[in-house]
Design a protein around this ligand. Structure first.
Ligand code: NAD
Length: 432
């Protein structure tokens, strides 16, 4: 800090450059400690701003007058929601119909023209969409472009007015870089690792049912699936037999022959997942068969944070359990990592669930269940940080695909009153 007491002091250029890092660090520490969150703190800051305006009215008016000769009066103001124009929607393979239609509804409802790029990996759905969907829409406002990375890359060279991308963080970066060339706004619906904290104060059977249902749903190929469990060693001992019997109840003694368990989308993902089975120690499941792209519902224990299964999004029917000794340690573990798309906390104590909610950040949150929050059209769905930006579902979709145009309309009347804003400025009109 400089002798002016602030590293941002305009005349303290040298010390300002030196201490920017320290200042940012100080602000981050304040934020991490949760100081800015209580309503009382925020109200105090806003009251401070109010006092700043009142106490310094004269000073500020003089500065504005010297800088900009500024003065204004507002009339009738409103927000006009307008379509952006030409929108590009890029879709992944794991829910190839839902993740096509839900953004498409928002884009068309708001009045945009749409280019749709389905996933080339879910090739059967790609073909059906290409053949059938255009028949139901006015061809003057809708087009589809088919292909994989190369074709999508070429498409992204064109100028769009909005890009809505659902997929991996890796490709999300490619899309955002391409959009930046045209200053095109984006929504990025990405993935990541969604933590699932299980407190000691839980009924293991209930937790096992709910975690297993949402982890193995769509064979684990869900962006909001609980990716790993954080719990104490004691809770793990109670949870494992419960998970074992839940999995047997859901999928039978031989899950391979169960009609309720799907398969891995392709060989590449199968091999990636097979590699992850080597992490930690298999406590449940672990079987796989490449010829059928089958992977059994699996639970891994003794998993280290540095192992691949804890480094990448799993996106398959594998559930690692990582041990933590306390709620604080679980929260530290979560906050050390990228902000997830979804976060789950299980406890009979609502205080524990509230603590996890209050002391972490994630795209969405659900207490004592899996991704039910995503099913409500009344809630926005989207990521934060590395899990994405922007939100949609229900009315939020309409807003996402609309430009919010701030408008002011004024009549030609009352010119006498407005004339006080015009120069030359005299002590008389400044007083008014
Ligand atoms: P992906 O990022 O590989 O592909 C998504 C889309 O991008 C596809 O249409 C694909 O053709 C295109 N693409 C792929 N590589 C490209 C490149 N190099 N340049 C330009 N375009 C490219 O994702 P995926 O494997 O289809 O889907 C899985 C990922 O999607 C997971 O990370 C998952 O978490 C995420 N996901 C997120 C949500 C959400 O709502 N947040 C929903 C479903 C899936």
């Amino acid at each position: 800090r400089c002798e002016h007491g602030s590293p941002w002091h305009p005349r303290a250029e040298a010390c300002r450059m030196d201490s920017v890092g320290d200042t940012l660090q100080r602000l981050r520490e304040t934020f991490s400690a949760g100081r800015t969150r209580p309503a009382e703190f925020r109200a105090t800051q806003l009251e401070g701003l109010g006092r700043f305006l009142r106490d310094n009215k004269q000073l500020l008016q003089e500065a504005l007058a010297r800088d900009l000769r500024k003065g204004t009066q507002l009339d009738r103001a409103f927000i006009r929601k307008e379509p952006f124009g030409l929108v590009l929607i890029i879709v992944p393979w794991n829910y190839p119909l839902n993740l096509t239609l839900v953004p498409l509804v928002g884009a068309l409802a708001a009045g945009n023209c749409v280019v749709l790029k389905p996933s080339e990996i879910s090739k059967n759905m790609e073909q059906v969409l290409a053949e059938v969907l255009p028949r139901y829409l006015d061809q003057s406002c809708f087009a589809m472009v088919l292909g994989g990375p190369e074709e999508t890359g070429q498409l992204l060279e064109h100028r769009f007015d909005y890009i809505f991308f659902t997929g991996s963080p890796r490709v999300g970066r490619i899309v955002m870089t391409a959009a930046a060339k045209h200053l095109t706004p984006v929504t990025l619906e990405l993935g990541g690792k969604n933590p699932c904290y299980v407190d000691d104060n839980c009924d293991p059977e209930t937790v096992a049912n709910r975690v297993a249902f949402f982890r193995y749903f769509n064979t684990g190929q869900t962006c909001v699936a609980p990716d790993y469990v954080l719990c104490s060693p004691e809770m793990q001992e109670r949870l494992l037999p419960a998970l074992q019997s839940t999995i047997a109840r859901f999928f039978g003694e031989d899950p391979r022959s169960s009609p309720n368990l799907g398969r891995i989308i392709n060989d590449k993902h199968f091999q990636r997942l097979q590699g992850l089975l080597g992490c930690g120690r298999v406590a449940i499941g672990g079987q796989s068969d490449q010829s059928d792209r089958y992977i059994a519902p699996t639970v891994l224990v003794d998993v280290q944070e540095t192992e691949p299964v804890m480094q990448e999004e799993i996106f398959g029917p594998i559930l690692p359990i990582v041990n933590v000794r306390s709620l604080d340690e679980a929260i530290d573990f979560i906050n050390r990592r990228e902000k997830p798309l979804a976060l789950y906390a299980f406890s009979k104590s609502s205080e524990v669930v509230k603590q996890v909610l209050a002391r972490t950040s994630s795209g969405g949150f659900c207490g004592n269940d899996g991704f039910m929050h995503v099913s409500l059209a009344s809630l926005p769905f989207g990521g934060v940080g590395a899990s994405g930006m922007g939100r949609y579902h229900g009315k939020f979709s309409f807003d996402t695909f609309s430009h919010h145009r701030g408008c002011l309309l004024r009549s030609q009347g009352m010119e006498k009153i407005y004339s006080i804003r015009y120069p030359p400025y005299t002590p008389r009109n400044l007083r008014m």
